[in-house]
Ligand binder design. Structure first.
Ligand SMILES: [Zn+2]
Length: 426
């Protein structure tokens, strides 16, 4: 099936500077076949889309999520991470039924699509229901069962079972990673087990790293080393990794991180809301380390809108370096697209708009007051627009949202379900 998109301004995210031009896009099934100034309009296609007044860019990549945590939006907040987890979140999580995980995840998926995210990287427990929600909503995703010292066996089994199904299926939009929760909840034996499992399944590992200073202090007193050294000594960096947060990394840690495959997921709003600290994105990127953007779970980030994360990431670097040019709008857009794809090892499939890549793209409506005049399109996207400006979303060549209407997905129904769950558990 072929689709021809005409009259769009395309921001392809290829190269080190913004490349924007009025172009047509020809899609063959789920793959971009051609992007050109004037594709023959008489070409035979099944679908034609007129993208007048739209900017088309690659779908946004959210590199760290806990989709099932949507139920915790605004719940017992204004706490530090461990206080919040232990006294607000963990007691409720114990009561979550598989059906609850499905609807909570479904809500996060819809919220992501509505704000332009086409790929996410999720870790949690009870992931089989999250996988169902991801499949039912049409997102592209990497998913992992979060392994900790106190819950190993069933998660290892599920990881193996699902990796067998999904990682061997080239048509699948879902890929299975291994997940160890964090250095402070995984002892050396658990970490080693996760690394061995990732090697056995030929996949990557998703783990939280150095999110708070308290975790660093704990690891130092337990093992007499820093979290990054702890992971390095256990050969974690032999496999591709997604390291969520990476706030307290020293210069010697950065030396160790320079050679990793994958990268760091920066979650600026969650880090602000929990008063965790500021990741030195500028220094990490200067050292050649891939840094993608993430939301983390809704409880600590409040929305899945990656446009908010883009702005916050930029502001944090500008104020922490006291240098407005420390990070540019185009750098931030790269982090939200191609660099995020590199963090997830998906850079050959997504992250830019080029022939041969998967047709994951978003249509941003630009004829709006808050984007006028278009002096600098990248500045407008990062600082002036928001997720509600995303008009249409295509994933794997298929329109999931058009003119802000979800196609075949019922927003009202999922809201009713999640409200019911919140009423029961909170
Ligand atoms: Zn997290």
């Amino acid at each position: 099936m072929k689709t021809l998109i005409t009259n769009a301004y395309v921001l392809d995210m290829v190269g080190d500077t913004a490349n924007i031009g009025k172009k047509d896009i020809l899609i063959n099934n789920n793959v971009i076949e051609k992007i050109d100034k004037d594709i023959d309009k008489k070409i035979e296609v099944e679908t034609k889309i007129n993208a007048k007044n739209m900017l088309i860019m690659p779908g946004i990549v959210n590199t760290h999520t806990h989709l099932a945590m949507s139920i915790f939006r605004g719940y017992k907040t204004d706490k530090k991470l461990m206080d919040w987890l232990e006294n607000a979140i963990f007691p409720v999580e114990e009561k979550l039924k598989p059906e609850d995980i499905y609807w909570n995840s479904y809500l996060s998926c819809l919220e992501m699509i509505k704000s332009g995210t086409t790929t996410c990287n999720d870790m949690y427990f009870g992931m089989n229901k999250t996988v169902e929600a991801i499949e039912d909503t049409g997102l592209r995703a990497i998913v992992a069962w979060c392994i900790k010292d106190d819950s190993i066996k069933d998660k290892v089994e599920k990881t193996r079972e699902y990796a067998e199904i999904y990682n061997n299926n080239k048509k699948s939009k879902i890929k299975i990673y291994v997940s160890a929760d964090s250095p402070h909840t995984c002892n050396p034996d658990t970490i080693k087990l996760c690394v061995d499992l990732a090697k056995e399944l030929n996949t990557g590992l998703h783990i939280h790293l150095s999110e708070t200073i308290d975790e660093e202090i704990k690891i130092k007193s337990r093992y007499k080393k820093r979290s990054t050294e702890y992971l390095n000594d256990l050969n974690v960096f032999d496999v591709p990794v997604v390291l969520a947060n990476g706030i307290y990394v020293s210069d010697t840690d950065i030396e160790l991180l320079k050679s990793i495959k994958g990268g760091i997921s920066h979650n600026p709003i969650s880090n602000c809301k929990l008063s965790s600290g500021i990741c030195d994105v500028v220094k990490l990127r200067e050292n050649g380390i891939n840094v993608g953007l993430g939301t983390d779970g809704i409880g600590s980030t409040t929305t899945m809108d990656m446009f908010e994360e883009m702005k916050t990431a930029a502001y944090l670097q500008k104020v922490s370096t006291m240098k407005p040019s420390s990070i540019l709008a185009y750098d931030i857009l790269k982090m939200a697209t191609i660099e995020g794809a590199k963090v997830l090892g998906l850079e050959n499939e997504i992250g830019t708009l080029e022939p041969g890549k998967k047709a994951d793209m978003i249509f941003i409506k630009t004829d709006k007051l808050h984007m006028c005049p278009p002096n600098d399109v990248c500045e407008n996207i990062v600082y002036s627009s928001n997720g509600a400006d995303v008009d249409s979303v295509m994933i794997d060549g298929k329109l999931i949202m058009q003119n802000r209407k979800m196609i075949n997905l019922d927003e009202k129904h999922v809201m009713r379900q999640v409200k019911k769950i919140a009423k029961k558990l909170l």
